[in-house]
Design a protein. Structure first.
Length: 234
C-alpha cells in the first residue's frame, strides 16, 4: 500500500511513468526466447497499472515500443506487435470497462491498419473514463517534439512558447510525470518523455520488468516521498 503524505510542499504522486525494460534478459535467464519475456511482461503491465490506480495514482504511462525498437530483428518486432494486438483486444478492452481511459502516445502511421483501428476505437470508447493510462508505442521524445513543432509551424505560428509546444505533444492536457521508474538496471531515459521529464524524479531498479511487484511500487513511492522537490527554488 502507498501512504500518500499530505502537507505543505508535498507534491502528490499523481503521475507515474514506467520504462518497462528487461523482458529479453528475463526470458534468456530461463532459457526461453525473448518473445516469451514480452508475453509475461504484458501481464506485469496490467497488474502494475491496476495497482497504481487502486493506490490513487491517477495517471500511468508505460513505454512499450520506442522509435528505436524497429532496429530489432523483424521476428521480435512482429511478436511485440502481435502481443500488443492481442492485449488491446483482451486486457486493455477490459480495463477500458473498468473506468480506465486509454491513450496511445506515438506515431501510429507505420503500424498495421488493423492495429491502428483497434487503438483508435479503444481511445474513443474509453474517452470519458477516470483513470488515465498512456501507452507509448512507436514513441520517441525527439520525434514527438519535431512533430509538434512542425504542426505548429504549418498552422501558421511564427513564434512558439512553452505552452504551445506542451499542447501540441501527444500528452496535451496531461500532467507531467512526477516519477519515472525504469526497471532492468540501465540508468538512462532512452528517448522517453523528453519534454515532460525535465522535473520528474527518476527511480532505477535492477528488477527485470516481468518480476516487478506491487511491493516494488510501494518502495518507489516511498523513495519519491522522501525526496525534496525544489523545482529550482530553495
Ligand atoms: C523492454 O525489454 C521491452 C521493449 C523494449 C519492447 P527489452 O526487450 O529491452 O529487454 P532487455 O533489455 O533486452 O532485457
Ligand atoms: C527502452 O528500452 C524502450 C522500452 C522500454 C520500450 P530499450 O531496451 O529499447 O532501451 P536501450 O536500448 O537499452 O536504451
Ligand atoms: Mg532493453
Amino acid at each position: 500500500m502507498i501512504n500518500h503524505p499530505t502537507g505543505d510542499g508535498v507534491k502528490p504522486l499523481s503521475h507515474i511513468a514506467f520504462i518497462m525494460d528487461g523482458n529479453g534478459r528475463w526470458a534468456k535467464k530461463r532459457g526461453m526466447p525473448r518473445e516469451y519475456g514480452h508475453t509475461i511482461g504484458a501481464g506485469t503491465f496490467r497488474k502494475i497499472a491496476e495497482y497504481c490506480f487502486r493506490q490513487n495514482i491517477g495517471t500511468v504511462t508505460v513505454y512499450a515500443f520506442s522509435t528505436e525498437n524497429w532496429k530489432r530483428p523483424k521476428q521480435e518486432v512482429d511478436s511485440i506487435m502481435r502481443i500488443l494486438d492481442s492485449y488491446i483486444k483482451l486486457g486493455m478492452a477490459e480495463m477500458a470497462k473498468d473506468n480506465v481511459r486509454i491513450r496511445f502516445l506515438g506515431d501510429k502511421s507505420p503500424l498495421s491498419d488493423s492495429l491502428r483501428r483497434e487503438m483508435l476505437e479503444l481511445e474513443e470508447k474509453s474517452a470519458a473514463n477516470k483513470y488515465a493510462l498512456n501507452i507509448a508505442v512507436n514513441y520517441g521524445g525527439r520525434a514527438e517534439l519535431v512533430n509538434a513543432v512542425n504542426r505548429l509551424v504549418s498552422s501558421g505560428e511564427k513564434e512558439l512558447n512553452e505552452d504551445m509546444i506542451s499542447s501540441a505533444l501527444y500528452t496535451a492536457g496531461q500532467p507531467d510525470p512526477d516519477l519515472i521508474v525504469r526497471t532492468g538496471g540501465e540508468m538512462r531515459l532512452s528517448n522517453f518523455l523528453t519534454w515532460q521529464s525535465v522535473y520528474s524524479e527518476l527511480y532505477f531498479t535492477d528488477v527485470l520488468w516481468p518480476d516487478l511487484t506491487e511491493r516494488d511500487i510501494d518502495l518507489a513511492a516511498e523513495n519519491y516521498y522522501n525526496r525534496q522537490r525544489r523545482f529550482g527554488g530553495v
